[in-house]
Each structure stands twice: as structure tokens, then as C-alpha cells.
Design a binder for this molecule. Structure first.
Ligand code: CDT
Length: 309
């Protein structure tokens, strides 16, 4: 048995006017709860320090850069690292990263129990668009403000488990989990900001959107025999609703913990990493069963082709 007690620290809305310091105080309060429930690892959402700013169209780069962090930890986040270090809890959270050479990424980091950053991931699958889109009910400008991640999908041996990260839209792509699975992942940590409304199909409804999120994470967990922890930033940010539905999924694809609110809420589960072993050595024993001679198109072709009529 290799149990890690995992906390999924769902966060309620962050308004444009909220300071980083105020948000970090909320994250620390969630960490306090996690400590009282004996958590070893706590996962926070994508872009945990700010509102989901890609919904706002901006042309002034200085205005855009306000939402980005130039270093991590920094003055605002140091108290979070310090509390995590005091508690001996490993943490993961997302933020907008501005590199010293001026590149912008949608990033998440992973620490060990000593508060040292051991892993960094930059979001690969950026949804949305570059220019203002009059056809949408609201904007989703990730392709405008971020570059596609350049670090790939990696894993880290951390605190007794093989951990990997991805961010939000990445969770909908089987390639994300399979690359991590091929690197032996046992625990996928991911945060998301998902609008409750489909900006291109208002009739879709919250229920279907929650279903697709859950479906993706359950499939990724089962097909790669890994734990998946998906954590939302939820609630209404300056009039724009984000869905909740944070959950922990076991390596058989079953949901073992799920958030009920759209607010700051900690979900907790004792996750035995040894539960990954059965799937990884039987039905999803990749070395025995994968047929890579038939998979080349996955990396040589981006879009779908159709047979001629
Ligand atoms: N943050 C993020 O990636 N959100 C997307 C919304 C897609 S709609 C443009 C998601 O996949 O949840």
C-alpha cells in the first residue's frame, strides 16, 4: 500500500478587482483545512491566482501583462509556499507565466513537501481564438494571450508517486493521458476554468458540460490506470459563470470524491498508488498490447481526413 491523502482545493470565483494577496489568503485557508484532514498533496485550479482573464479582450500588452507572474514564488505567493512547507504538504497550482525573455504561458507547478518546485508544466492544448469573435456570447482568448506549452507532458517521481500535470482543456484529449501513461504516471494533477455556458451553443447546458468533463477524466484514468485529480475554479466571476465538478477519479475510472458547491471547497481521498498496478500489468500493459505500427497518423496528421465520396 502506497497511500497519499490527496486534497482537491476547488476555488470559488475570483473577481477582476481581487488582489493576489487576498486570493492567496483563501488558498492558505484551504491548506489549513487540508492539514486538519491529513493531506499529503493539495491541488489548486488553473490560473488560481487571478480571475479567468482570457474572457476579456485586451489590446494593450501592459494591461495583459498585469495578469502574469514574472517569478514563482513571488511576494504574493511566498506565504502559500511557506505554509505548505510548514505543513509538509506538496502543492500544485496554475498561474499565468511571463518568462524573462518575454514569453507567455498558461503554467502549473508542482512542489515537494519541502516547498521546492520539482515540476513545471505549460498548457499544450490552448482552446479559443486570437481575435475578438462577434459570433460568441463571450470571448475565450487563450490563443491570443498564451503560447502553446513547450515542455511536453512530463512526470516526476515525487513523494512516493509518479506525478504528472496537465491543464484544463488538456483533460479532454486522450493524447495527454497516453503520453503521461507511457511515462508511468500514477497521479495526474489538473486544474480547470470551464465556463458553465458554451459560448457557441447556449442550449448545451451545465449538465452536459459537467458530463463531458467527468467523462474525459474517467476515461483518461481507466485507460491509463492512473489516479486523476481535476480541480475547478468555479462560480460567477464578474457575471461569467464557471462550473464546479472537481473530482478525484481512481485508476479503474470510478469517481471517489466530488465537490458539491461552486465555492472554495476541499475534497479529500486516500489514494493508494499501488491500485494502478493491476491495470498497468493486465489490460493496459502497454508493452504487451499496444500496436504502434497502426498509430503513426496520430503524430503525423493534425486534422481529420475523410474518404472521397
Ligand atoms: N480553460 C480552459 O481550457 N477551458 C476550456 C473551455 C473550452 S471552451 C473554449 C475547457 O476545455 O474546459
Amino acid at each position: 500500500m502506497r497511500e497519499l491523502i490527496i486534497g482537491g482545493a476547488q476555488m470559488g470565483p475570483i473577481q477582476k478587482a481581487d488582489s493576489r494577496e487576498a486570493v492567496v489568503r483563501r488558498m492558505i485557508a484551504l491548506l489549513d483545512q487540508a492539514k486538519s484532514r491529513n493531506c499529503d498533496v493539495v491541488v489548486f485550479p488553473e490560473l488560481a491566482l487571478t480571475t479567468f482573464f482570457p474572457r476579456w479582450y485586451m489590446e494593450d500588452q501592459a494591461e495583459v501583462d498585469f495578469w502574469f507572474e514574472r517569478e514563482m514564488p513571488n511576494g504574493a505567493t511566498e506565504p502559500l509556499f511557506a505554509r505548505a512547507r510548514d505543513y509538509g504538504i506538496a502543492i500544485s497550482f496554475g498561474y499565468a507565466e511571463l518568462t524573462p525573455d518575454g514569453r507567455h504561458f498558461n503554467t502549473s507547478i508542482l512542489t515537494n513537501r519541502k516547498g521546492e518546485i520539482v515540476g513545471k508544466y505549460r498548457k499544450v492544448h490552448l482552446p479559443g481564438h486570437v481575435e475578438y469573435d462577434t459570433q460568441r456570447a463571450f470571448q475565450h482568448l487563450e490563443k491570443r494571450y498564451f503560447l502553446p506549452g513547450d515542455l511536453g507532458f512530463n512526470v516526476w517521481s515525487n513523494e512516493g508517486a509518479v506525478m504528472g500535470m496537465c491543464i484544463c482543456n488538456d483533460r479532454r484529449w486522450p493524447e495527454t493521458y497516453r503520453v503521461l501513461g507511457l511515462k508511468g504516471v500514477e497521479l495526474v494533477l489538473l486544474g480547470y476554468n470551464t465556463p458553465s455556458v458554451n459560448s457557441q451553443m447556449s442550449a448545451e447546458g451545465l449538465e452536459k458540460r459537467l458530463f463531458h468533463s467527468q467523462l474525459s477524466m474517467q476515461a483518461g484514468a481507466y485507460q491509463n490506470a492512473t489516479w486523476v485529480v481535476g480541480v475547478a475554479k468555479a462560480g460567477v466571476e464578474d457575471g461569467h459563470p464557471l462550473m464546479g465538478g472537481s473530482m478525484i477519479v481512481d485508476p479503474n475510472g470510478f469517481v471517489v470524491a466530488k465537490a458539491e458547491s461552486e465555492d472554495d471547497e476541499l475534497i479529500v481521498h486516500g489514494c493508494d498508488m499501488d491500485l494502478c498496478e493491476f491495470g498497468k500489468t493486465t489490460i493496459f500493459d502497454f508493452a504487451r498490447h499496444r500496436r504502434i505500427e497502426h498509430y503513426g497518423i496520430i503524430t503525423s496528421q493534425t486534422g481529420a481526413s475523410r474518404p472521397a465520396d
